[in-house]
Design a protein around this ligand. Structure first.
Ligand SMILES: Cc1ncc(COP(=O)(O)O)c(C=O)c1O
Length: 288
């Protein structure tokens, strides 16, 4: 696959990043993962807004403006003949001298990689995932790093190791007080008596691009949505549970630990509304 590194389209083999890069040394950077559909980035404005928050919070200067970035994504999809796929953007502070001070790091690294859609492909069928609840880690309380995808993902990695060990697709991650926040890779929703619930962002759940879209879709389809806290034991008794993430869209949850979770018609309805939105925002033959 072709990648985009610091302004140039280069093959993966030719894309080199120095060992002094602070993204490699300290996780001094942030990333975005987004869906490419019909050769176009889905919900680019929301991803770009989250990247802008990351630039501001980490004080990493912007190397590429948002509209150029969007063109780069379309061009990378085109050059890779990858009309359907996943793009990953990684911005680091670049290279500097040894130590935490970023004083000498003046030239950010910007890398974009393209990946095939995960298997089995998330569209058009609704995926069913099994979850466990992570026991070894919890999210920290909300902090200046809460609102974007900073490059320090060890909590999520440890939670995912627990899921892998137990043969589950993902892990529910709790906030510091023990209430459900999200999964290691997605935002979480549940349905109770026809109302859709999701934890408030005060749990330190990531403000997911797809989470915002699900909230929009609920409003548009006249579904009541409530930001509610829930403990893991009560989540197991919900009418349905589902996840939202850019790479898969909406994913139904079929089991949490030993508890089977039903999948209601409402989850299918939201999944279909998500697919319609994907198609209407990134129509075939509309690549700039
Ligand atoms: C921890 C976490 N929460 C939520 C999400 C979902 O965010 P988005 O819908 O922006 O992909 C992700 C996506 O990678 C994530 O890593």
């Amino acid at each position: 696959m072709l990648t985009f590194l610091n302004g140039e389209f280069v093959s993966e083999e030719a894309a080199h990043i120095p060992i002094s890069d602070r993204g490699f040394l300290y996780g001094d950077g942030f990333f975005e993962t987004l869906r490419i559909h019909n050769g176009q980035p889905f919900r680019w404005a929301s991803h770009a807004a989250r990247m802008e928050r990351a630039h501001q919070a980490l004080r990493i200067p912007t190397a590429i403006d948002s509209s150029t970035f969007s063109k780069v994504l379309c061009e990378l999809a085109r050059r890779n003949a990858q009309a359907e796929g996943i793009a990953r953007l990684y911005v680091t502070r670049g290279s500097g001298s040894r130590g935490y001070s970023p004083r000498d790091a003046r030239s950010p690294t910007v890398l974009v990689t393209m990946h095939p859609l995960p298997e089995p492909t998330p569209t058009p069928q609704l995926q069913q995932w099994t979850l466990i609840t992570a026991q070894s880690v919890r999210l920290p309380p909300p902090n200046p790093l809460s609102s974007f995808k900073h490059a320090n993902r060890l909590v999520q990695i440890l939670a995912r190791i627990e899921a892998d060990d137990q043969g589950a697709n993902d892990a529910v991650v709790l906030d510091h007080s023990g209430s459900v926040a999200e999964s290691s890779s997605a935002n979480i929703f549940w349905v109770l008596d026809g109302v859709v619930h999701t934890p408030p962002l005060e749990t330190n759940a990531l403000p997911g691009v797809t989470r915002s879209l699900v909230i929009e879709l609920c409003a548009r389809t006249n579904l009541d949505l409530s930001e509610t806290r829930i403990c893991p034991e009560d989540l197991n008794r919900a009418d349905s549970v589902f996840l939202s993430l850019s790479s898969f869209g909406i994913v139904a949850v079929s089991r949490i630990g030993a508890a089977p979770i039903p999948c209601s018609a409402l989850v299918h309805r939201l999944h279909e509304a998500y697919l319609r939105q994907l198609e209407s925002e990134c129509p075939a033959g509309d690549t700039p």
